[in-house]
Design a protein around this ligand. Structure first.
Ligand SMILES: Nc1ncnc2c1ncn2[C@@H]1O[C@H](COP(=O)(O)OP(=O)(O)OP(=O)(O)O)[C@@H](O)[C@H]1O
Ligand SMILES: [Mg+2]
Ligand SMILES: [Zn+2]
Length: 295
């Protein structure tokens, strides 16, 4: 928390002027940030419950940042995290553990978060939910065998995305920047941006966001239709994060073998290597169809 320490003797007027200045600087650096749920002193009816003036509390000889500013910054990080609307409500509290699969998935994710700060220093700091039986494998099967495999090895609607987003929110709360991408949407956006006549500016910006965030949440990795360009994009993002030891929290409907076919050997080796010890093959009942109840 920023504290303005006043060492010399200054008049209250001068102090107020300095607080005003600091506030203006803070506003300037944050002006691209939307503050949807936070008090905005330009609208007097929207007053902060702590009684601050634009995020600052003048207390005797010191000007102190108001606690509402932490909430404002969290909101800003949330805003930049690209959490899909469908999962805005997804939290650990709302995750039901009626089945052993659900209970285990929740346990794995929570254990990862408990160890997160220690893992950050290590090369193996990622996390992944994989399928026990990859979607690509299923697609190659026909008839009876396919129907059997599909019934036996469901990977859809298990709550992978729900838990990933709940984890993203927890990490945002801890102060990390998190960037959430959905594989198909991200790859589509990159492909579209590639066609812009802008010297690759938008492509670079997209890659930059995925590479620089403290944590990258990559939903459904390997779902987009592969192409040479996409293999290159997978490699670029994953390799850069690998080199910088920045974690990727991912989920996929593929198993480790079919995922490798979808995103390429070099990318998969790094992604899976980073999540070694924290990669879980999951299958079970589709929550969308069953409401998660064991049948
Ligand atoms: N255990 C659970 N408790 C509460 N809600 C759940 C649970 N599991 C899944 N859901 C909800 O069911 C829906 C499907 O879950 P989710 O999208 O997380 O599954 P998924 O494993 O990511 O599936 P897919 O592979 O199809 O993307 C979501 O709306 C999610 O919030
Ligand atoms: Mg999902
Ligand atoms: Zn305040």
């Amino acid at each position: 928390m920023a504290l303005i320490a006043i060492k010399e003797v200054v008049s209250p007027e001068e102090l107020r002027r300095r607080v005003e200045e600091a506030r203006a600087r803070a506003h300037q650096s944050d002006k691209d940030i939307t503050t949807s749920n936070t008090p905005d002193s330009s609208n007097p009816s929207d007053a902060c419950p702590h009684g601050c003036i634009d995020g600052w509390i003048v207390d005797g000889w010191t000007g102190k940042e108001c606690v509402c500013q932490q909430q404002r910054r969290l909101n800003a990080r949330l805003q930049h995290a690209m959490i899909p609307e469908e999962f805005e409500q997804a939290t650990f509290d709302l995750y039901r553990t009626d089945t052993s699969v659900q209970a285990n998935m929740l346990k794995c994710m929570r254990r990862y978060l408990d160890r997160f700060e220690d893992l950050l220093k290590q090369q193996q700091n990622g996390f992944g939910f994989l399928a026990a039986f990859g979607e690509a494998r299923l697609r190659e099967m026909r008839g009876e065998a396919r129907a059997r495999a599909k019934a036996q090895h469901n990977n859809f609607g298990l709550g992978k995305t729900h838990l990933q987003i709940a984890a993203a929110k927890e990490l945002l709360r801890r102060g990390y920047t998190v960037f959430c991408i959905s594989d198909v949407a991200f790859m589509d956006e990159l492909s579209r941006a590639r066609a812009y006549n802008d010297d690759g500016a938008v492509v670079s910006r997209l890659l930059e966001s995925a590479i620089r965030a403290d944590v990258l949440v990559w939903d459904d990795i390997g779902k987009a239709k592969p192409s040479e360009y996409r293999l290159d994009m997978y490699y670029q993002v994953i390799n850069e994060r690998y080199k910088a030891k920045r974690p990727i929290v991912f989920s996929s409907n593929e198993d480790s073998e079919t995922l490798t076919e979808r995103i390429g050997d070099a990318a998969a080796s790094r992604l899976l290597g980073m999540a070694r010890g924290n990669t879980f093959a999951v299958e079970g009942k589709d929550f969308r169809l069953t409401g998660g109840i064991q049948q």
